[in-house]
Design a protein around this ligand. Structure first.
Ligand code: UD1
Length: 379
């Protein structure tokens, strides 16, 4: 029997089109949460949740499921860490039987991590159409692993769900059929808006002895910043200087912790370091920060919605709307530039910005509208 024949051999028990939703790494969890909630609320599609296990620490994974009310995954592939090839290959091999075991109408992937690309490849090779949420974002920097994941995922996806105008422009320039492109807004912001009140009720600030607007928040995990000890060491020098004026709270990503331990001689940082925080605690911290310094993608978007100044410690962004309309500035990793941009914010020169179009808490509903129409109508 061919693989495709096996795939259509048994109808889904519910009679509803089955959508396999894939999440693997920390930034995926807040994106799948509103989509799963919307599918469950409507009851018209049958969601099957796969956790690839790319992130597996309690602080990087389980806590997010709890905070965001995501149900237990239907399957956990347990791929863990490894080189890009190993991680991608493990997801490819381990997800294929799940896609074959019951008829799958679509696979839904989010973001740009290795799990996103691997699940996409496994699906399209079986002839299963893929829905990519957060399609079209481009940093135009192919040295970033995420940029390759974005380009390749979009090239073979059927539904391209776009979060900001640049996404649509980039996809059209790459030759995507305009009928595939759906500008739906930002699912990560669905989650932020639904959780902000809960986050604000936490006592995180008093526990850390911080006053509203009296501290900065820092995150660092991009290979270009943290894998090279000279770059990371120089960043820490300037960040420690800033900390002497304004406390800098720094939840340390495991990748960064590894470089500090193995290549910076276990350097004791003069910063307010913590273990990685849960979603709600981190949102609580961001919401009242004087400024945020980060190399994350999602945090550029979250600070824009919160109206908190963000300095992005990278040379580019795949989320230009946060610079054009929001509170984000791209500052790279040159200590002089970082120092002077922080000074400007402390002197009151910060942009208020505005919330981009359709970042309104309804992105997941728009996505499911499209999938319901296409999957229940035609397949
Ligand atoms: C991945 C994503 C990145 C995303 C980031 C968020 C890719 C290519 N990169 O990068 O886009 O912004 O997640 O965190 O998919 N580790 C642990 N525990 C965990 C997970 C990782 O200790 O639960 C350590 C391991 O030593 C691992 C390292 O962190 O080797 C890096 O993890 P990995 O998933 O390879 O990439 P990230 O740097 O987290």
């Amino acid at each position: 029997m061919t693989q495709d024949a096996r795939r259509i051999a048994t109808p889904p028990p519910s009679g509803r089109p089955r959508v396999v939703v894939v999440a693997g790494a920390r930034p995926n969890f807040m994106k799948v949460a509103p989509i799963l909630h919307e599918i469950e609320r409507r009851g018209t599609l049958d969601a099957f949740l796969v956790h690839t296990g790319q992130h597996y620490d309690a602080a990087m994974s389980d806590g997010f499921f709890r905070d965001l009310g995501i149900r237990k995954p239907d399957a956990n592939l347990g791929v863990g860490s490894g080189s890009h090839a190993v991680q991608t290959a493990e997801v490819l091999m381990r997800i294929e039987p799940i896609l074959l075991e019951r008829p799958t109408a679509a696979v839904l992937v989010v973001g740009d991590v290795n799990s996103t690309l691997a699940a996409t490849l496994a699906a399209v090779k079986l002839g299963i159409p893929v829905a990519h949420v957060e399609a079209g974002l481009r940093s135009f920097d192919r040295a970033m692993p995420e940029e390759l994941n974005r380009l390749l995922t979009d090239a073979v996806s059927t539904w391209l769900f776009v979060s900001e105008p640049s996404g649509e422009k980039n996809l059209r320039a790459e030759g995507a059929d305009p009928k595939q492109i759906h500008f739906v807004g930002n699912v990560m912001i669905d989650t932020l808006l639904s959780q902000l009140e809960r986050a604000r009720s936490l006592d995180t600030l008093s526990r850390l002895s911080l006053a509203p607007r009296g501290y900065a928040v820092l995150t660092l995990h991009r290979p270009s910043n943290v894998d090279e000890p000279t770059t990371l060491g120089a960043l820490f020098d300037v960040l420690e200087e800033i900390h002497a004026q304004l406390p800098v709270v720094f939840p340390v990503h495991p990748r960064t912790a590894e470089t500090i331990r193995t290549r910076l001689g276990g350097r004791a940082l003069a910063l307010r370091t913590t273990a990685p925080l849960g979603y709600l605690e981190f949102l609580r911290l961001m919401a009242d920060a004087r400024l945020v310094l980060t190399d994350s993608g999602g945090i550029q978007e979250e600070t824009t919605v919160l109206g908190v100044p963000c300095l992005t410690l990278r040379h580019n962004t795949e989320r230009p709307v946060t610079v054009e309309q929001g509170t984000n500035r791209i500052v790279g990793n040159d200590p002089h530039v970082i120092r002077s941009e922080v000074r400007k914010i402390l002197d009151g020169d910060a942009r208020a910005g505005r919330v981009p179009e359709l970042w309104d808490g309804r992105a997941a509903a728009r996505i499911i509208d499209v999938l319901e129409r296409d999957l229940r109508g035609n397949r």
